[in-house]
Design a protein around this ligand. Sequence first.
Ligand code: SF4
Length: 122
Amino acid sequence: MAKNVYTCVVCPVSCTIEVIPNADGGFTTEGNQCKRGEKYAISEHTDPVRMVTTTVKIRNAILPRLPVISEGEVPKGKLKECLNDLYQISVEAPVRCGDIIVKNICGTGVNILAARTMKEKN
Ligand code: SF4
């Protein structure tokens, strides 16, 4: 797929969208069936972002790993660094769903939250 062609992931229709530069420095799109696709494709072309979802080690808990999710999107270019940082950390049970696990991950301004409650091991 060419660098300026994207598959929209906003809904299951999965439109193929081409982003075309304008003379004024902006962009137009072709192939999207709605405005949400235009917004998605231009964002993906100019400033791609991703949610962070993974698991981290947790001590003294009923399971060995805690699912976590970012409070918002991080720049796509920072995703690997965020995942590497999360791979290094270990938290202590108990944890409640929504607790902040890492503040401002990799300087992105985005917090990482617990995606579920995890009780202590008995
Ligand atoms: S452009 Fe609109 S209709 Fe097409 S996949 Fe994206 S959200 Fe769905």
